[in-house]
Design a protein around this ligand. Structure first.
Ligand code: APR
Length: 312
């Protein structure tokens, strides 16, 4: 059996870490794609990673390229093409710059990788995944946005530290758009089945929710660019769930068709990811407060998706 092929569109900070994880976990051969002006950079990164593979013992190949022919037939595409945030910018500020980029990527994905499971990371996430799906015309089950896994990871870390618990035991769920009004679902957050409210007082929980919502911005402020280790690890968890048919229950930006009372756009919801891609959207019961927060998040997502729709 041939090794799977993982196409990484964007060879920047997240792209490089995605390649590193895909290679060390031996998910498949890795194609690190970037624009013509960054071709040598992508080739250099690929070579550096392949040299590291002799130490990790991975036989996966990594190539750098600016030619879509090299990406052709990929089983998984992970898209980070675009510009990241700078301090003071919101994710939504990126829409004008990243929209033509996601359209270019989608046209090529449609032509060269019609059977791939696509995971979109470029921001503003919910709008970019909407446009990628529209332009490719791929089945909705084969396109997902990576945000919820990352937001949940941030939430889990802060809770684990506050509760003095192991990160292994945290179970958290974050819904809504990948913006500052995302909805951490406290009713579904436990430390191995025990409600987090038993370990962390209400005031601390409130502060953790606030920190989770602005978790991306906190890093942008510190580094001058956006995060890459945790975003890459999050997308790789989704890719593994697909490639290994794991049926994992992971929050991801999925196309809503009536779930939670909404239709016609992508937003973060609990999904089952397995060999069929996004196989299911799971509806969890929400408190009145959580429903109100979700509605607010939906309005933010829709306002950016409307910008995209108006430019079609
Ligand atoms: N096709 C492929 N790659 C492209 C294209 C394109 N049309 N346009 C730009 N790129 C490349 C850039 O050349 C750059 O190498 O995308 C890469 C992005 O890398 P970084 O600037 O290092 O950004 P990164 O931190 O990886 O974030 C990428 O993910 O989280 C989001 O907000 C973030 O939208 C941003 C994206």
């Amino acid at each position: 059996m041939k090794r799977k092929k993982i196409g990484l569109i964007g060879a920047g900070n997240i792209g490089g870490e995605l390649a590193n994880l895909a290679m060390t976990k031996q998910l498949g051969d890795v194609v690190l794609f970037d624009i013509k002006a960054k071709e040598e950079f992508a080739k250099g990164k690929a070579l550096d990673l392949e040299q590291a593979s002799t130490l990790s013992g991975s036989d996966a190949r990594v190539i750098g390229t600016s030619s879509w022919e090299d990406v052709a037939g990929a089983d998984v595409l992970i898209v980070t093409a675009g510009v990241p945030r700078k301090p003071g910018q919101s994710r939504d500020d990126l829409v004008g710059i990243n929209l033509p980029i996601i359209r270019d990527v989608a046209e090529n994905a449609k032509k060269y990788c019609p059977n791939a499971f696509s995971i979109i990371i470029s921001n503003p996430l919910d709008a970019m995944v909407y446009e990628y799906h529209r332009v490719t015309g791929f089945p909705k089950s084969m396109v997902a946005g990576m945000a919820g896994v990352l937001d949940s990871a941030r939430f889990s870390l802060f809770l684990a530290r506050a509760a003095d618990a192991s990160v292994k035991d945290l179970r958290t769920m974050v819904l809504g758009g990948h913006g500052d009004d995302m909805v951490p679902v406290l009713s579904a957050c436990t430390i191995n089945g025990v409600p987090v409210s038993q370990f962390v007082d209400a005031e601390t929980l409130d502060a953790i929710v606030k920190r989770t919502r602005t978790g991306g911005g906190e890093i942008v402020k510190l580094m001058g660019t956006s995060a890459y280790y945790a975003p890459a690890a999050s997308a790789i968890a989704m890719a593994e769930a697909y490639l290994n048919d794991e049926k994992r229950l992971l929050p991801s930006a999925a196309y809503l068709d009536g779930q939670y009372g909404y239709s016609g756009f992508f937003m973060g919801v609990p999904t089952v990811i397995g060999g069929g891609g996004v196989e299911k959207i799971v509806e969890v019961s929400l408190t009145a407060d959580e429903k109100a927060m979700l509605q607010k998040s939906v309005e933010s997502v829709q306002s950016v998706v409307d910008v995209v729709k108006k430019s079609i």
